[in-house]
Design a protein around this ligand. Structure first.
Ligand code: FAD
Length: 376
Protein backbone atom coordinates (compact mmCIF):
# COMPACT_ATOMS: atom_id res chain seq x y z
CA UNK A 1 0.00 0.00 0.00
CA UNK A 2 2.80 2.49 0.83
CA UNK A 3 3.97 2.15 -2.79
CA UNK A 4 0.63 3.20 -4.13
CA UNK A 5 0.28 6.04 -1.68
CA UNK A 6 3.63 7.46 -2.61
CA UNK A 7 1.77 8.47 -5.77
CA UNK A 8 0.88 12.16 -6.05
CA UNK A 9 -2.78 12.67 -6.80
CA UNK A 10 -4.52 15.74 -8.14
CA UNK A 11 -7.53 14.83 -6.04
CA UNK A 12 -8.30 12.52 -3.12
CA UNK A 13 -11.97 11.85 -2.39
CA UNK A 14 -12.88 10.57 1.05
CA UNK A 15 -16.08 8.54 1.18
CA UNK A 16 -17.43 6.10 -1.40
CA UNK A 17 -21.17 6.85 -1.17
CA UNK A 18 -23.18 8.31 -4.01
CA UNK A 19 -21.65 11.78 -3.51
CA UNK A 20 -18.04 10.54 -3.49
CA UNK A 21 -18.74 8.34 -6.52
CA UNK A 22 -20.15 11.21 -8.59
CA UNK A 23 -17.14 13.32 -7.55
CA UNK A 24 -14.85 10.54 -8.77
CA UNK A 25 -16.85 10.18 -12.00
CA UNK A 26 -16.55 13.85 -12.98
CA UNK A 27 -12.97 14.15 -11.72
CA UNK A 28 -11.70 11.32 -13.94
CA UNK A 29 -13.65 12.74 -16.87
CA UNK A 30 -11.78 16.03 -16.37
CA UNK A 31 -8.48 14.18 -16.45
CA UNK A 32 -7.62 14.55 -12.75
CA UNK A 33 -5.41 11.86 -11.28
CA UNK A 34 -7.88 10.74 -8.61
CA UNK A 35 -7.98 8.42 -5.60
CA UNK A 36 -11.12 7.39 -3.69
CA UNK A 37 -10.83 6.23 -0.06
CA UNK A 38 -13.68 4.33 1.58
CA UNK A 39 -13.64 3.20 5.23
CA UNK A 40 -15.72 0.07 4.50
CA UNK A 41 -16.88 -0.99 1.07
CA UNK A 42 -18.24 1.25 -1.70
CA UNK A 43 -21.88 2.31 -1.06
CA UNK A 44 -22.12 0.47 2.24
CA UNK A 45 -23.52 3.52 4.08
CA UNK A 46 -26.72 5.47 3.47
CA UNK A 47 -26.25 5.02 -0.29
CA UNK A 48 -26.80 1.27 -0.14
CA UNK A 49 -30.58 1.52 0.26
CA UNK A 50 -33.77 0.44 -1.45
CA UNK A 51 -35.92 3.49 -2.15
CA UNK A 52 -34.38 5.95 -4.60
CA UNK A 53 -37.22 8.46 -4.65
CA UNK A 54 -36.33 11.58 -6.67
CA UNK A 55 -38.78 14.08 -5.26
CA UNK A 56 -38.85 17.84 -5.77
CA UNK A 57 -39.27 20.28 -2.93
CA UNK A 58 -42.60 22.10 -2.89
CA UNK A 59 -42.60 24.76 -5.65
CA UNK A 60 -44.02 27.48 -3.37
CA UNK A 61 -41.61 29.83 -1.50
CA UNK A 62 -38.98 29.34 -4.17
CA UNK A 63 -35.32 29.86 -3.25
CA UNK A 64 -31.79 28.95 -4.31
CA UNK A 65 -31.93 25.57 -2.59
CA UNK A 66 -35.10 24.58 -4.49
CA UNK A 67 -33.59 25.75 -7.78
CA UNK A 68 -30.43 23.71 -7.12
CA UNK A 69 -32.49 20.59 -6.48
CA UNK A 70 -34.80 21.24 -9.45
CA UNK A 71 -31.83 21.57 -11.81
CA UNK A 72 -30.35 18.42 -10.30
CA UNK A 73 -33.54 16.42 -10.78
CA UNK A 74 -33.86 17.47 -14.42
CA UNK A 75 -30.20 16.95 -15.30
CA UNK A 76 -29.91 13.54 -13.64
CA UNK A 77 -31.94 11.94 -16.42
CA UNK A 78 -29.25 12.56 -19.08
CA UNK A 79 -26.39 11.77 -16.73
CA UNK A 80 -27.92 8.42 -15.86
CA UNK A 81 -28.36 7.70 -19.56
CA UNK A 82 -24.67 8.55 -20.02
CA UNK A 83 -23.41 6.13 -17.35
CA UNK A 84 -25.83 3.45 -18.51
CA UNK A 85 -24.51 3.77 -22.05
CA UNK A 86 -20.88 3.48 -20.99
CA UNK A 87 -21.33 0.65 -18.47
CA UNK A 88 -24.31 -1.33 -19.75
CA UNK A 89 -25.74 -1.22 -16.20
CA UNK A 90 -29.37 -0.12 -15.97
CA UNK A 91 -29.92 2.33 -13.11
CA UNK A 92 -33.67 1.75 -13.08
CA UNK A 93 -34.33 5.43 -13.71
CA UNK A 94 -37.93 6.34 -14.55
CA UNK A 95 -39.66 9.72 -14.50
CA UNK A 96 -43.02 8.29 -13.53
CA UNK A 97 -44.34 11.28 -11.55
CA UNK A 98 -45.78 11.25 -8.06
CA UNK A 99 -49.28 11.06 -6.61
CA UNK A 100 -49.94 12.69 -3.25
CA UNK A 101 -53.47 11.91 -2.06
CA UNK A 102 -55.45 14.71 -0.41
CA UNK A 103 -57.12 13.30 2.65
CA UNK A 104 -58.76 16.55 3.88
CA UNK A 105 -60.73 19.23 2.03
CA UNK A 106 -58.66 22.06 3.56
CA UNK A 107 -55.59 20.72 1.67
CA UNK A 108 -57.16 21.69 -1.66
CA UNK A 109 -56.30 25.39 -1.42
CA UNK A 110 -52.68 24.61 -0.70
CA UNK A 111 -52.61 22.14 -3.55
CA UNK A 112 -53.95 24.73 -6.00
CA UNK A 113 -51.26 27.18 -4.89
CA UNK A 114 -48.62 24.54 -5.47
CA UNK A 115 -49.93 23.79 -8.94
CA UNK A 116 -49.70 27.49 -9.86
CA UNK A 117 -46.19 27.79 -8.37
CA UNK A 118 -45.00 24.67 -10.22
CA UNK A 119 -46.23 26.17 -13.47
CA UNK A 120 -44.15 29.33 -12.76
CA UNK A 121 -41.02 27.66 -11.41
CA UNK A 122 -40.59 24.23 -12.93
CA UNK A 123 -39.14 25.36 -16.22
CA UNK A 124 -35.86 24.18 -17.65
CA UNK A 125 -35.02 25.53 -21.10
CA UNK A 126 -37.89 24.38 -23.28
CA UNK A 127 -39.09 21.85 -20.74
CA UNK A 128 -42.04 22.56 -18.49
CA UNK A 129 -43.04 20.31 -15.59
CA UNK A 130 -46.46 20.51 -13.98
CA UNK A 131 -48.45 19.70 -10.90
CA UNK A 132 -52.19 19.12 -11.24
CA UNK A 133 -55.11 17.90 -9.19
CA UNK A 134 -56.63 14.57 -10.20
CA UNK A 135 -59.85 13.00 -8.94
CA UNK A 136 -59.24 9.30 -9.45
CA UNK A 137 -56.51 6.84 -8.45
CA UNK A 138 -53.91 6.27 -11.16
CA UNK A 139 -55.19 2.73 -11.61
CA UNK A 140 -57.26 0.32 -9.62
CA UNK A 141 -55.73 0.04 -6.14
CA UNK A 142 -52.91 2.54 -6.78
CA UNK A 143 -53.88 3.92 -4.33
CA UNK A 144 -57.12 2.69 -2.80
CA UNK A 145 -59.78 5.31 -3.66
CA UNK A 146 -60.64 5.58 0.07
CA UNK A 147 -57.29 7.25 0.79
CA UNK A 148 -57.94 10.07 -1.68
CA UNK A 149 -61.47 11.30 -0.85
CA UNK A 150 -60.53 14.80 -2.08
CA UNK A 151 -58.43 13.75 -5.03
CA UNK A 152 -54.66 13.84 -5.26
CA UNK A 153 -51.88 16.07 -6.50
CA UNK A 154 -49.96 14.58 -9.41
CA UNK A 155 -46.63 15.99 -10.58
CA UNK A 156 -44.72 14.90 -13.67
CA UNK A 157 -41.27 15.93 -12.36
CA UNK A 158 -40.76 13.19 -9.74
CA UNK A 159 -38.84 10.08 -10.68
CA UNK A 160 -37.00 7.17 -9.11
CA UNK A 161 -33.79 5.21 -9.51
CA UNK A 162 -32.49 1.99 -8.06
CA UNK A 163 -29.89 3.29 -5.57
CA UNK A 164 -27.76 0.15 -5.67
CA UNK A 165 -27.74 0.13 -9.47
CA UNK A 166 -26.67 3.80 -9.62
CA UNK A 167 -23.70 3.22 -7.32
CA UNK A 168 -22.81 -0.01 -9.19
CA UNK A 169 -22.86 1.85 -12.52
CA UNK A 170 -20.75 4.69 -11.13
CA UNK A 171 -18.26 2.24 -9.67
CA UNK A 172 -18.01 0.41 -12.98
CA UNK A 173 -17.47 3.66 -14.87
CA UNK A 174 -14.58 4.79 -12.65
CA UNK A 175 -12.93 1.38 -12.25
CA UNK A 176 -9.48 1.45 -13.80
CA UNK A 177 -9.59 5.27 -14.06
CA UNK A 178 -9.59 6.08 -10.34
CA UNK A 179 -7.48 4.36 -7.66
CA UNK A 180 -10.06 2.93 -5.26
CA UNK A 181 -9.08 2.00 -1.70
CA UNK A 182 -11.76 0.13 0.25
CA UNK A 183 -11.43 -0.68 3.96
CA UNK A 184 -9.22 2.40 4.19
CA UNK A 185 -10.50 5.01 6.65
CA UNK A 186 -8.91 8.44 6.47
CA UNK A 187 -8.24 10.67 9.46
CA UNK A 188 -6.61 14.03 9.98
CA UNK A 189 -4.61 15.13 12.97
CA UNK A 190 -3.58 18.36 14.60
CA UNK A 191 -1.09 18.84 11.78
CA UNK A 192 -4.09 18.98 9.40
CA UNK A 193 -2.71 16.25 7.16
CA UNK A 194 -4.98 13.58 5.71
CA UNK A 195 -3.59 10.23 6.73
CA UNK A 196 -4.45 6.54 6.81
CA UNK A 197 -4.74 4.59 10.07
CA UNK A 198 -1.07 3.57 9.94
CA UNK A 199 -0.02 7.21 9.64
CA UNK A 200 0.71 7.12 5.92
CA UNK A 201 0.07 10.54 4.46
CA UNK A 202 -2.01 11.01 1.34
CA UNK A 203 -0.35 13.17 -1.27
CA UNK A 204 -2.97 15.15 -3.13
CA UNK A 205 -3.39 18.74 -4.29
CA UNK A 206 -7.07 18.76 -3.36
CA UNK A 207 -9.25 16.73 -1.00
CA UNK A 208 -13.02 16.37 -1.14
CA UNK A 209 -14.54 15.07 2.08
CA UNK A 210 -17.74 13.23 1.16
CA UNK A 211 -17.79 10.89 4.13
CA UNK A 212 -21.35 11.44 5.38
CA UNK A 213 -21.37 11.18 9.15
CA UNK A 214 -17.62 10.54 9.15
CA UNK A 215 -16.97 13.97 7.63
CA UNK A 216 -17.05 15.86 10.94
CA UNK A 217 -14.33 13.80 12.64
CA UNK A 218 -12.12 14.16 9.59
CA UNK A 219 -12.64 17.92 9.47
CA UNK A 220 -12.49 18.63 13.22
CA UNK A 221 -8.90 19.93 13.11
CA UNK A 222 -9.91 22.33 10.32
CA UNK A 223 -13.39 23.44 11.37
CA UNK A 224 -14.29 22.23 14.88
CA UNK A 225 -17.71 23.92 14.75
CA UNK A 226 -19.09 21.76 11.90
CA UNK A 227 -21.49 19.08 13.07
CA UNK A 228 -24.34 16.82 12.05
CA UNK A 229 -26.58 14.25 13.63
CA UNK A 230 -27.44 10.70 12.61
CA UNK A 231 -31.08 9.98 11.82
CA UNK A 232 -31.86 6.31 11.39
CA UNK A 233 -34.09 5.21 8.51
CA UNK A 234 -35.66 1.83 7.72
CA UNK A 235 -37.10 0.64 4.42
CA UNK A 236 -38.37 -2.58 2.83
CA UNK A 237 -38.71 -4.24 -0.54
CA UNK A 238 -41.81 -6.25 -1.38
CA UNK A 239 -41.81 -9.09 -3.86
CA UNK A 240 -44.47 -7.75 -6.24
CA UNK A 241 -44.81 -7.91 -10.00
CA UNK A 242 -46.30 -4.48 -10.61
CA UNK A 243 -46.00 -2.11 -13.55
CA UNK A 244 -42.76 -0.09 -13.11
CA UNK A 245 -44.52 2.84 -14.81
CA UNK A 246 -46.79 3.35 -11.81
CA UNK A 247 -46.25 6.79 -10.24
CA UNK A 248 -44.47 7.10 -6.93
CA UNK A 249 -47.04 7.34 -4.14
CA UNK A 250 -46.46 9.54 -1.12
CA UNK A 251 -49.08 9.34 1.59
CA UNK A 252 -48.95 9.80 5.38
CA UNK A 253 -45.14 10.01 5.24
CA UNK A 254 -44.89 6.67 3.37
CA UNK A 255 -43.31 6.24 -0.06
CA UNK A 256 -44.26 3.42 -2.42
CA UNK A 257 -42.03 2.99 -5.45
CA UNK A 258 -42.31 0.26 -8.08
CA UNK A 259 -38.86 -0.46 -9.40
CA UNK A 260 -37.80 -1.67 -12.84
CA UNK A 261 -38.12 -5.34 -11.84
CA UNK A 262 -41.72 -4.85 -10.63
CA UNK A 263 -40.79 -5.04 -6.94
CA UNK A 264 -42.11 -2.35 -4.60
CA UNK A 265 -39.87 -0.37 -2.26
CA UNK A 266 -41.49 1.09 0.84
CA UNK A 267 -40.12 3.58 3.29
CA UNK A 268 -39.12 5.03 5.47
CA UNK A 269 -38.87 5.64 9.18
CA UNK A 270 -37.01 8.55 10.81
CA UNK A 271 -35.53 8.00 14.24
CA UNK A 272 -33.34 10.38 16.19
CA UNK A 273 -33.02 7.83 19.00
CA UNK A 274 -32.05 4.23 18.37
CA UNK A 275 -29.85 1.46 19.71
CA UNK A 276 -28.82 -0.45 16.61
CA UNK A 277 -28.44 1.60 13.42
CA UNK A 278 -28.58 -1.45 11.14
CA UNK A 279 -31.45 -3.38 12.77
CA UNK A 280 -35.05 -3.20 11.55
CA UNK A 281 -37.92 -3.34 14.04
CA UNK A 282 -41.62 -2.77 14.63
CA UNK A 283 -41.43 0.78 13.29
CA UNK A 284 -40.71 -0.63 9.85
CA UNK A 285 -43.49 -3.21 10.21
CA UNK A 286 -45.86 -0.29 10.92
CA UNK A 287 -44.77 1.47 7.73
CA UNK A 288 -45.28 -1.73 5.73
CA UNK A 289 -48.76 -2.15 7.24
CA UNK A 290 -49.63 1.46 6.34
CA UNK A 291 -48.41 0.90 2.77
CA UNK A 292 -50.59 -2.23 2.43
CA UNK A 293 -53.57 -0.16 3.57
CA UNK A 294 -52.81 2.65 1.10
CA UNK A 295 -52.48 0.15 -1.78
CA UNK A 296 -54.40 -3.09 -1.29
CA UNK A 297 -52.71 -4.46 -4.44
CA UNK A 298 -49.64 -5.15 -2.28
CA UNK A 299 -51.59 -6.48 0.69
CA UNK A 300 -50.30 -10.06 0.48
CA UNK A 301 -46.91 -9.44 -1.11
CA UNK A 302 -44.05 -11.07 0.80
CA UNK A 303 -41.22 -8.93 2.12
CA UNK A 304 -38.06 -9.62 0.12
CA UNK A 305 -35.72 -7.42 2.17
CA UNK A 306 -35.67 -5.15 5.19
CA UNK A 307 -32.90 -2.54 5.45
CA UNK A 308 -31.80 0.14 7.89
CA UNK A 309 -29.01 2.70 7.96
CA UNK A 310 -28.16 6.21 9.07
CA UNK A 311 -28.75 9.39 7.14
CA UNK A 312 -26.69 12.36 8.17
CA UNK A 313 -28.46 15.63 8.88
CA UNK A 314 -26.04 18.53 9.22
CA UNK A 315 -26.74 21.08 11.93
CA UNK A 316 -28.47 23.76 9.87
CA UNK A 317 -30.15 20.91 7.92
CA UNK A 318 -28.99 21.74 4.39
CA UNK A 319 -26.08 20.04 2.59
CA UNK A 320 -22.57 21.37 3.19
CA UNK A 321 -20.72 22.30 0.05
CA UNK A 322 -17.56 24.10 -1.01
CA UNK A 323 -13.98 24.86 -0.07
CA UNK A 324 -13.24 25.28 3.63
CA UNK A 325 -12.51 28.91 4.40
CA UNK A 326 -8.79 29.44 5.13
CA UNK A 327 -7.87 25.90 4.06
CA UNK A 328 -6.86 25.82 0.43
CA UNK A 329 -7.33 22.43 -1.11
CA UNK A 330 -9.85 21.05 1.42
CA UNK A 331 -13.44 20.80 0.23
CA UNK A 332 -16.63 19.26 1.60
CA UNK A 333 -19.64 17.75 -0.17
CA UNK A 334 -22.05 16.03 2.16
CA UNK A 335 -25.42 16.14 3.92
CA UNK A 336 -28.00 15.23 1.26
CA UNK A 337 -30.08 13.77 4.11
CA UNK A 338 -33.29 12.46 2.44
CA UNK A 339 -32.70 13.75 -1.11
CA UNK A 340 -29.09 12.74 -1.75
CA UNK A 341 -29.70 10.72 -4.94
CA UNK A 342 -31.37 13.66 -6.68
CA UNK A 343 -28.58 16.16 -5.98
CA UNK A 344 -25.34 14.16 -5.47
CA UNK A 345 -24.20 14.68 -9.08
CA UNK A 346 -24.84 18.43 -8.85
CA UNK A 347 -23.06 18.66 -5.50
CA UNK A 348 -20.12 16.90 -7.15
CA UNK A 349 -20.10 19.26 -10.14
CA UNK A 350 -20.35 22.31 -7.86
CA UNK A 351 -17.52 21.28 -5.54
CA UNK A 352 -15.30 20.25 -8.45
CA UNK A 353 -15.77 23.40 -10.56
CA UNK A 354 -13.04 25.46 -8.82
CA UNK A 355 -10.71 22.43 -8.87
CA UNK A 356 -11.11 21.59 -12.55
CA UNK A 357 -11.73 25.14 -13.75
CA UNK A 358 -15.06 24.10 -15.28
CA UNK A 359 -18.12 26.38 -15.43
CA UNK A 360 -19.06 27.31 -11.86
CA UNK A 361 -22.34 26.02 -10.50
CA UNK A 362 -24.23 28.36 -8.22
CA UNK A 363 -24.13 26.99 -4.68
CA UNK A 364 -27.19 28.05 -2.63
CA UNK A 365 -26.30 30.43 0.21
CA UNK A 366 -27.60 27.97 2.78
CA UNK A 367 -25.25 25.19 1.49
CA UNK A 368 -22.12 27.33 1.42
CA UNK A 369 -19.58 26.15 3.89
CA UNK A 370 -18.41 29.70 4.66
CA UNK A 371 -21.92 30.50 5.91
CA UNK A 372 -22.02 27.45 8.16
CA UNK A 373 -18.67 27.60 9.94
CA UNK A 374 -18.60 29.58 13.16
CA UNK A 375 -15.53 31.74 13.60
CA UNK A 376 -13.06 30.01 15.98
C1 FAD B 1 -33.89 4.61 4.92
C2 FAD B 1 -33.34 5.66 3.98
C3 FAD B 1 -34.11 6.02 2.87
C4 FAD B 1 -33.63 6.99 1.99
N1 FAD B 1 -34.38 7.28 0.89
C5 FAD B 1 -33.92 8.17 -0.01
C6 FAD B 1 -34.65 8.43 -1.21
O1 FAD B 1 -35.72 7.84 -1.44
N2 FAD B 1 -34.15 9.33 -2.09
C7 FAD B 1 -32.96 9.97 -1.86
O2 FAD B 1 -32.54 10.78 -2.70
N3 FAD B 1 -32.25 9.75 -0.74
C8 FAD B 1 -32.71 8.86 0.18
N4 FAD B 1 -32.00 8.61 1.32
C9 FAD B 1 -30.82 9.45 1.58
C10 FAD B 1 -29.63 9.03 0.75
O3 FAD B 1 -29.45 7.65 0.91
C11 FAD B 1 -28.43 9.85 1.22
O4 FAD B 1 -28.71 11.24 1.05
C12 FAD B 1 -27.18 9.53 0.40
O5 FAD B 1 -26.98 8.16 0.30
C13 FAD B 1 -25.98 10.19 1.06
O6 FAD B 1 -24.85 9.86 0.31
P1 FAD B 1 -23.39 10.21 0.84
O7 FAD B 1 -22.45 9.79 -0.22
O8 FAD B 1 -23.37 11.63 1.31
O9 FAD B 1 -23.24 9.36 2.19
P2 FAD B 1 -22.94 7.82 2.43
O10 FAD B 1 -23.64 6.94 1.49
O11 FAD B 1 -23.16 7.57 3.89
O12 FAD B 1 -21.39 7.71 2.10
C14 FAD B 1 -20.37 8.16 2.96
C15 FAD B 1 -19.27 7.12 2.92
O13 FAD B 1 -18.14 7.63 3.62
C16 FAD B 1 -17.51 6.55 4.28
N5 FAD B 1 -16.68 7.08 5.34
C17 FAD B 1 -17.07 7.56 6.54
N6 FAD B 1 -16.00 7.96 7.26
C18 FAD B 1 -14.91 7.72 6.48
C19 FAD B 1 -13.51 7.91 6.68
N7 FAD B 1 -13.03 8.41 7.80
N8 FAD B 1 -12.67 7.54 5.68
C20 FAD B 1 -13.15 7.00 4.51
N9 FAD B 1 -14.47 6.81 4.30
C21 FAD B 1 -15.33 7.17 5.25
C22 FAD B 1 -18.68 5.71 4.76
O14 FAD B 1 -18.28 4.38 5.03
C23 FAD B 1 -19.67 5.83 3.63
O15 FAD B 1 -19.56 4.76 2.71
C24 FAD B 1 -32.40 7.63 2.22
C25 FAD B 1 -31.63 7.24 3.32
C26 FAD B 1 -32.08 6.26 4.18
C27 FAD B 1 -31.21 5.85 5.35
Amino acid sequence: MSNVLSKNYDLAIIGGGVVGLWCAYFAQKSGLKTALFEANTIASGASGGLLGALMPHMPTQWNGKKQFQFDGLVELEDLVAEIEATTGVSCGYARVGRLQPLSRPEHLNDAQERCAAAHDRWQYGERQFEMRIVDEPHSSGWPDSDVMPHGAVFDDLSAHVNPRAVTAALLKSIAGQVDIFEHTPVTSGENKKMTLNDGTMINAKDFIVAAGLGSFDILKPFTPSLAGRPVKGQAALLDTKLDPKLPVLFQQGVYLIVHEDGRTAIGSTSEREFEDARATDQLLEDVIAKARMICPVIKDAPVAERWANLRMQPIGRDPLLGRLPDHDGVHIATGGFKIGFGIAHRMAQAVLAPITGSTPIEIPESFRIENRVNPA
